[in-house]
Design a protein around this ligand. Structure first.
Ligand SMILES: C[S@@+](CC[C@H](N)C(=O)[O-])C[C@H]1O[C@@H](n2cnc3c(N)ncnc32)[C@H](O)[C@@H]1O
Length: 209
């Protein structure tokens, strides 16, 4: 799928459907938050970017968490998705750096201590798109920093929001990320959609060498 088509697709999803119609909706952003807490050490005031953050409430948790983030960035193709989060946060939204962009063409302005992605990378079924993402991942994470990437697991659905996805286990995700990263943690997760179907996710935690 071309970048513009992708953007129109997701903009339409967020403009026409409510959160209870999004299969990926979660009331509480776990296990993401737990994994972020695990890689956040001491009073280092880390920076974090949520890639394809959509309208997730992860940003709400990061703002009030005691992890002391220096900077919180949320990037998504869809402006409508980010608007949902901004409206929910109200005045606190000014403390977040919001970016409307396609991650495959975005130039990270800096390297982040933590790169989080729940269910964006798995939409990249085209080899060139995956390569572009991985290049940005390598640029976008500090040495010793972490990437937490959640995708559908091998026994998960073949599609997400009607689009085909690439499914991964921890080993294949780590292989896709390349030699600049080492796998340091992983867990599977059974996500329950708003209509009570279960989706198998793989959460992989990679450390930038
Ligand atoms: C399944 S939703 C997950 C949203 C959010 N991460 C969550 O957990 O609630 C996928 C999100 O990725 C975004 N997305 C898809 N492809 C993208 C791309 N190439 N660049 C940036 N965002 C993308 C979509 O707009 C959508 O918000």
């Amino acid at each position: 799928m071309q970048s513009l088509d992708r953007q129109l697709y997701w903009e339409n999803v967020y403009r026409t459907k409510g959160e209870r119609e999004w299969s990926w909706f979660q009331q509480s952003p776990q296990p993401s938050l737990g994994l972020i807490e695990k890689v956040t050490v001491g009073p280092s005031q880390p920076s974090i970017v949520d890639i394809g953050g959509g309208a997730s409430s992860l940003v709400d948790e990061l703002l009030c968490a005691r992890m002391g983030f220096r900077a919180i960035t949320v990037l998504d193709l869809s402006e409508a998705a980010l608007d949902v989060s901004k409206a929910r946060l109200g005045p606190a939204a000014v403390d977040v750096n919001w970016i409307v962009a396609d991650v495959t063409t975005w130039q990270p302005p800096q390297a982040f201590d933590i790169w989080h992605d729940r269910a964006a990378f798995h939409f990249l079924v085209d080899e060139d798109d995956r390569k572009a993402y991985i290049e940005r991942l390598a640029q976008g994470v500090t040495a010793g920093g972490h990437a937490i990437i959640a995708t559908f697991a091998p026994d998960g659905p073949e599609k997400c929001s009607s689009l085909p996805v690439q499914r991964y286990d921890a080993v294949t995700l780590s292989r896709a990320a390349g030699s600049a990263f080492e796998l340091v943690d992983q867990q599977t997760h059974r996500h329950v959609t708003p209509w009570d179907s279960v989706q198998s996710f793989q959460f992989s935690v990679l450390r930038r060498r």
